[in-house]
Structures are given as structure tokens and as C-alpha cells.
Unconditional design. Structure first.
Length: 153
């Protein structure tokens, strides 16, 4: 289901432990457009989707992961599916800004319907973000069974 103009923007609100550090990361490093704000939360446009950092005193995300195509993928995580060229431009910008990747930008599920470029990194509160780009965008919701892979490369 989409909006009249295409895909409906999603909204996600998540906890952060330091709102100033989050503003520096989301507004500064990622260069997201800031929206409304208060002393305890800040809105951003994440490629046209609304994300909201909510200050939770003492918060830092716990670390869990799940093996995906041999990578230890942080769970939970959120992000955006980009066009391939936009993915590479964003990855280059992040590398130039010194972002530490949990999983470096690379191609996964090669030769399968889910073939995609992917990268993972964390914000200052330990929240994991994934950005991906399907090599065949029509396959974003393709149904198929992904073969079981080892837990690390």
C-alpha cells in the first residue's frame, strides 16, 4: 500500500542516550534535514521518511546479531533501500566522514533474487542502521528461501 504519489513515508521513533551526540550524528555526519524538536526529541528526514530520536536517560542499545549471508547482522536495525548509485554515493560520503562500519559496504546474496549492496553502522547510542540497494529493485519483496549460511565470513 502506498501514498497517492508512490511509497508512503514510514515513521520510526527510537531511543538515544545523548540527544546532542545524536544531533551531531544524524544532522551532521549523515546530513539529514532536521524537523521539529524539543528538549527530549528531534525529528529528521531520512530520505523522505520520518525518524525521531527520543532521549532516554542512560540508554545504550544492547548488542545482538543474526547471521545473514555470513555476516553478523545487528538486530534490531532500520534504514532505507536506495538506488545502487545513491547507495555508493552515500557509502563514499560516510567513509570520507570516518564512519565506523559494523559491516562494510559490500554485495551479498550474489546470483540470487535478493542480491543487494548493504552496509551497517551504529549511531552514538548503539542503534544499528542498514542501508541497502537491490541490484534488481523489483526483487525487494521477492519470495524465495535463502540458503542457510555460516555465522561469519
Amino acid at each position: 500500500m502506498g501514498s497517492a504519489g508512490g511509497v508512503a513515508p514510514f515513521h520510526v521513533a527510537f531511543p538515544v542516550g545523548d540527544l546532542d551526540a545524536s544531533r551531531a550524528f544524524y544532522g551532521g555526519v549523515l546530513e539529514l534535514e532536521e524537523g521539529r524538536r524539543s528538549e527530549r526529541w528531534q525529528d529528521y528526514s531520512l530520505f523522505g521518511h520520518q525518524i525521531v530520536c527520543h532521549l532516554v536517560d542512560g540508554y545504550h542499545a544492547s548488542g545482538a546479531s543474526n547471521a545473514v549471508d555470513g555476516d553478523p547482522v545487528p538486530v534490531p536495525h532500520f534504514g532505507v533501500c536506495l538506488a545502487v548509485d545513491d547507495f555508493h554515493a552515500f557509502a563514499s560520503k560516510l567513509k570520507a566522514k570516518g564512519v565506523a562500519f559494523e559491516i562494510e559496504p559490500h554485495l551479498r546474496f550474489q546470483g540470487h533474487p535478493g542480491e543487494q549492496w548493504t552496509m551497517f553502522f551504529k549511531d552514538p547510542s548503539g542503534n544499528a542502521l542498514e542501508f541497502k540497494a537491490m541490484t534488481t529493485p523489483e526483487n525487494l519483496f521477492a519470495k524465495y528461501a535463502v540458503p542457510t549460511q555460516p555465522s561469519s565470513k
